[in-house]
Design a protein around this ligand. Structure first.
Ligand code: ATP
Ligand code: ASP
Ligand code: MG
Length: 328
């Protein structure tokens, strides 16, 4: 496939789905089938993390400290939601990364959270088919884990999920026209360096990776937020994204920074408001932040890939399409 047709195929505008009350009988039937696969996916993934010794934490919605989502090559946030309560400014959760770092360093060495994330994406992202303005991550973190540990764990979880869903949800996948195209991936998945992909494919490297590979691919060495580990000597980042075939990114994660001097330097370098991160800085300074690694799986993204829907909001009972606020 030429580079241009690859680009067109994945970046063609996708029509946003209708809300529940406007669906026809046939569309309601389809929505219900997607809902069954979402339920199955949630059970399968949470069971997987529980069996592997992770504790299940409940999420928070409001906090002074949340993910800066900056700098990130893919960032497109139109507005940040802040509100004053009890004399302090809190923000809606963009991701629970800061909470994960502190929880995994203290009482919960292996944890996961089904964490609702609010990210008011720019309205033009309505038609990417990949973005909604509220979504849920299965966000997990493990003390003393390495990138290699997390890559192995997630690769195994994904293979297990696809094999199980094909075994137990054959009728549903067939109804959606997805059963034959959805293949159980083979481990180990390929690992590619982002800088090398950019050199080979240019700005469209993400679409090229998604379209050219029949199995999931790990992308590493991605310059982004301060909490991902950067080797100052080599300039390499010890982080990773997981790309699904014919789809794209469903997970981001990293080994983390835990040393005060490095965290401070990176926050200052990124021109981020230090006072929003005063607790994580204090814990790092006191030696109470530990080396951890983890990642977050976008639940709607992985279900969108499993079901083969065109727009990610089709996986949501109450679609959160950028630029549109529905009645529910
Ligand atoms: P993208 O580049 O695709 O916009 P991102 O890299 O900015 O995403 P992350 O900050 O890495 O997103 O978020 C972690 C995970 O959460 C992503 O891998 C994806 O699965 C999911 N996710 C992020 N943004 C969205 C969104 N707007 N809608 C749905 N899922 C999302
Ligand atoms: N969940 C991601 C991680 O663990 C952070 C994010 O949401 O970008 O790295
Ligand atoms: Mg990402």
């Amino acid at each position: 496939m030429s580079k241009q047709s690859v680009m067109l195929k994945l970046s063609a505008p996708v029509e946003a789905p209708k809300p529940l009350e406007q669906l026809t009988e046939t569309e309601i039937e389809r929505k219900a089938v997607i809902g069954k696969i979402t339920t199955y996916t949630l059970k399968n993934l949470t069971d997987y993390f529980l069996v592997n010794g992770f504790q299940w934490l409940l999420p928070v919605a409001l906090s002074p400290s949340t993910d800066p989502l900056w700098p990130d090559p893919g960032a497109s946030i139109e507005k940040r939601i802040e509100v004053d309560i009890y004399g302090r400014t809190v923000r809606t959760t963009a991701s629970m990364i800061i909470h994960k770092l502190i929880a995994a360093s203290t009482a919960y060495p292996k944890l996961f959270i089904l964490s609702p994330n609010v990210r008011i994406e720019k309205a033009e992202r309505a038609c990417t088919g990949k973005h909604v303005y509220e979504f849920t991550q299965l966000d997990f973190e493990a003390r003393n884990a390495t990138s290699r540990d997390i890559i192995r764990l997630v690769s195994d979880a994904v293979c297990n999920l696809v094999a199980s869903v094909k075994r137990d949800m054959k009728d549903e996948l067939t109804y959606l026209g997805r059963y034959d195209a959805l293949k159980v991936p083979k481990m180990p998945f390929k690992i590619c360096d982002k800088q090398e992909l950019e050199a080979e494919y240019g700005a469209e490297w993400e679409n090229c990776v998604a379209m050219k590979n029949g199995d999931p691919v790990w992308i590493t060495n991605i310059p982004r937020e301060f909490y991902d580990y950067e080797d100052f000597a080599t300039g390499k980042w010890d982080n990773y994204d997981l790309f699904m075939p014919q789809y794209g990114e469903v997970l981001s994660g990293a080994k983390r920074e835990w040393e005060y001097d490095k965290i401070l330097k990176k926050i200052e370098r990124d021109k981020i408001n230090k006072s929003n991160y005063s607790l994580v800085l204090k814990l790092a300074k006191d030696g109470r932040l530990k080396p951890t690694a983890g990642a977050g799986i976008g639940i709607e993204r992985i279900v969108a890939w499993l079901t083969g829907v065109k727009h990610i909001a089709e996986t949501q009972p109450f679609p959160r399409v950028p630029g549109t606020v529905c009645d529910l």
